[in-house]
Design a binder for this molecule. Structure first.
Ligand code: ATP
Length: 279
């Protein structure tokens, strides 16, 4: 099947600063792909080249089968930028209806406003919205054109935990409807909750691409088994065979092992180790 995104040997420099240094990437249709990386790693530059907002120095880029520089895919792509749009005196409903007119087959503005959780604010002027509500409006404008591919640059910055969960649900629904989604985020739990695959970018290079569960060989990494001894003291051991350690402990205790936990490195652990290696 055709990739939604295909990138080969992408490079971009700004006055001698190398922002993107030879990135290859394929995102299949229907995938949620998260791009992770520290500040200044080159995420926004990469994504804005894919969106057609910035010009590359060299490399091949195909977005929905077209070169984003030539913008033939524009109607089929939805974009939520990092910065929030300012619409002053216009209401939420007016802004969403206005943007709907830019697209050949827009979604229903009322339904979109409800989906992003702004139904109660449809008549509110946009300058009265909270930071999280403005971000929801940005998302509404990103999806009003029924995009086949949606770019989200740090979409949930400023969201409270409940709003973030609701947003994740919305993204999953879009994926179920067939939308391919590329997002950048600094929230590792967001990447873990949403992404089919994550790419880690550091100093302009894509240093790893894998599912959140497998990134940095997490699944097979040494586990830490912790418990409390018969005397009540905390104990722990690192092991490549946690199942064996737990069954030995179970035999020793003759049943339940007090305060037993088995943990492997978190996505954050492997991510920090990866970017630390590059720094
Ligand atoms: P953040 O997580 O902070 O948003 P990022 O990974 O999105 O960072 P980019 O914004 O792509 O990083 O920046 C990559 C590098 O390119 C940085 O060193 C940055 O200073 C530089 N850069 C980005 N945009 C410009 C520009 N318009 N002019 C000059 N340098 C730029």
């Amino acid at each position: 099947m055709e990739s939604a995104i295909r990138v080969r040997a992408l490079r971009k420099t700004y006055q001698g600063t190398v922002a993107v240094d030879g990135v290859d990437l394929d995102v299949p249709r229907g995938e949620i792909f998260a791009l992770l990386g520290p500040n200044g790693a080159g995420k926004t530059t990469t994504v804005e080249i894919l969106e057609g907002y910035r010009k590359r120095d060299s490399g091949d880029v195909s977005v929905l089968g077209a070169d984003p520089g030539t913008a033939t895919a524009r109607d089929r792509v939805g974009i939520v930028l990092q910065g929030t749009g300012e619409f002053d005196e216009l209401t939420v409903g007016e802004v969403v209806r206005h943007f709907a007119r830019f697209y050949p087959r827009p979604d229903d503005p009322v339904a979109v406003i409800e989906r992003v959780g702004l139904k109660d604010k449809a008549r509110a002027r946009t300058h009265t919205l909270s930071g999280g509500q403005k971000r929801r409006l940005d998302v509404a404008l990103g999806i009003i054109g029924r995009p086949e591919l949606l770019f989200l640059d740090e979409p949930t910055t400023g969201f409270d935990p409940e709003a973030r969960r609701e947003f994740w649900q919305l993204i999953r629904e879009l994926r179920t409807g067939g939308t391919t989604i590329v997002l950048t985020t600094h929230y590792l739990e967001e990447a873990e909750a949403l992404a089919d695959r994550v790419g880690v970018i550091a100093r302009g290079r894509l240093i790893a691409v894998d599912s959140p569960a497998r990134l940095g060989h997490r699944e097979s990494a040494e586990a830490t088994v912790s418990w409390r001894t018969a005397e009540g003291a905390p104990a722990s051991t690192r092991t490549a065979t946690p199942t064996r350690v737990v069954s030995e402990l179970a035999a020793e205790f003759g049943g339940e092992v007090p305060a037993l936990t088995v943990s492997r490195p978190s996505l954050e652990d492997v991510y920090l180790e990866m970017i630390g290696d590059v720094a």
